[in-house]
Design a protein around this ligand. Structure first.
Ligand code: DAH
Length: 346
């Protein structure tokens, strides 16, 4: 190869590389091309190796041309690199754009469980009559759950409550909220107006109308000169507030060991309005709670003088009230925490 030939080759390589560089679209392709041309075994090197075959006098001139070609080629790589990196960065920014004005994903809001909500409504109504909410323990003793409520150990009335016992100190899971009456009497002096909401437990075979865990709200009022008429008036007000104005109510005789007399409190059927339907077994009435005048023996166990004080008590099942308010027909729904059920009570 002579001087002119080598110079031509170098210039041809330069022109080819300049147009190839201009045609690259990606940083990675440019880098590959750079290795191919300027790398150790690159094409420029191959041409330069031809210099060794030239006469000594010609070498500096070709060397100068070769250097100029290298500098020119390096410059176009450098310039195209700047361009391509800027382009790729811009594309990335465009792809990763965040629109800060986009509305956020809505947070799914929870809501009160229908039992909690119903118990809250019951408390709200009675609080308007001066009742104050108290709470007793779920693990009770036999004395408070039964004996002090006038239910002795071998009394047949114990059959009313199928009890779950706890393996410590003869304790049990309270079968009703009534033991709270005793606790309130011990802790306060009349006049007493207490409301006791809480979870209760019974040994039951579970079906649509029986649960082994359920909620009650207990009420207790004790003062001098309290009468059954006061109880009747209060419960009537409660029924109107809970189920609607103008609802008829009635007392029927009932039996509970801790009240004398004892009554069942009925409200006109909320489904048929009293004409009789399957929901009220065609009677037109629905029993919503048990109540009565606190038995003198219970007052005594509570540390109060029955000659001076009288009182009434009542106890209702929260699920029963919630069923009537929301037309729910199966107690199990309250315990399953199925969102399809719960979301209906927002
Ligand atoms: N404790 C009763 C039960 O679980 C409900 C009850 C009835 C409560 C009459 C009372 C009451 O306070 O006077 O079935």
């Amino acid at each position: 190869m002579d001087l002119a030939g080598l110079t031509r080759d170098l210039e041809a390589l330069r022109d080819e590389v300049v147009s190839a560089v201009a045609g690259t679209q990606e940083v990675s392709a440019l880098a590959a091309l750079e290795v191919d041309v300027l790398g150790k075994k690159g094409r420029l090197g191959v041409v330069l190796r031809g210099i060794g075959g030239l006469p000594t006098d010609d070498r500096p001139r070709v060397g100068a041309v070769a250097n100029a070609v290298r500098v020119a080629v390096e410059e176009v790589f450098q310039a195209r690199g700047v361009e391509l990196r800027a382009k790729e960065l811009e594309a990335r920014f465009r792809a990763e754009t965040v629109d800060v004005t986009t509305p956020g994903r809505p947070i799914r809001r929870g809501s009160l469980h229908p039992i909690v909500e119903t118990a809250g409504r019951i408390a709200e109504i009675f609080s308007q009559f001066g009742f104050v909410v108290h709470e007793g323990p779920e693990v009770e003793d036999d004395l408070t759950n039964f004996q002090m409520l006038n239910i002795p150990p071998d009394h047949p009335a114990r059959d009313l409550w199928d009890t779950l016992y706890v393996d410590i100190d003869g304790k049990l899971l309270r079968t009703h909220t009534s033991p709270g009456q005793i606790r309130v009497m011990h802790a306060s002096t009349p006049p007493i107006r207490a409301l006791l909401p809480g979870r209760c437990f019974r040994y039951e075979a579970i079906d649509a109308s029986h649960a082994s865990e359920f909620f009650q709200v207990e009420g207790l009022m004790i003062d001098e000169g309290t009468t059954l008429g006061d109880l009747r008036g209060l419960l009537d007000q409660f029924a109107q507030a809970m189920f609607g104005q103008g609802k008829r109510t009635r007392f029927r005789p009932g039996y509970y060991p801790f009240t004398e007399p004892s009554v069942a409190f009925d409200v006109e059927c909320v489904v048929c309005g009293g004409s009789g339907c399957p929901a009220c077994s065609r009677s037109g009435w629905m029993t919503i709670l048990g109540a009565g005048m606190v038995h003198p023996v219970v007052l005594q166990y509570g540390g109060l003088d029955p000659e001076r004080y009288q009182g009434f008590a009542f106890g209702m099942g929260v699920e029963r009230i919630a069923n009537l308010r929301h037309s729910v027909g199966d107690l199990r729904l309250y315990m399953e925490n199925d969102l399809r059920f719960l979301e209906q009570f927002r």
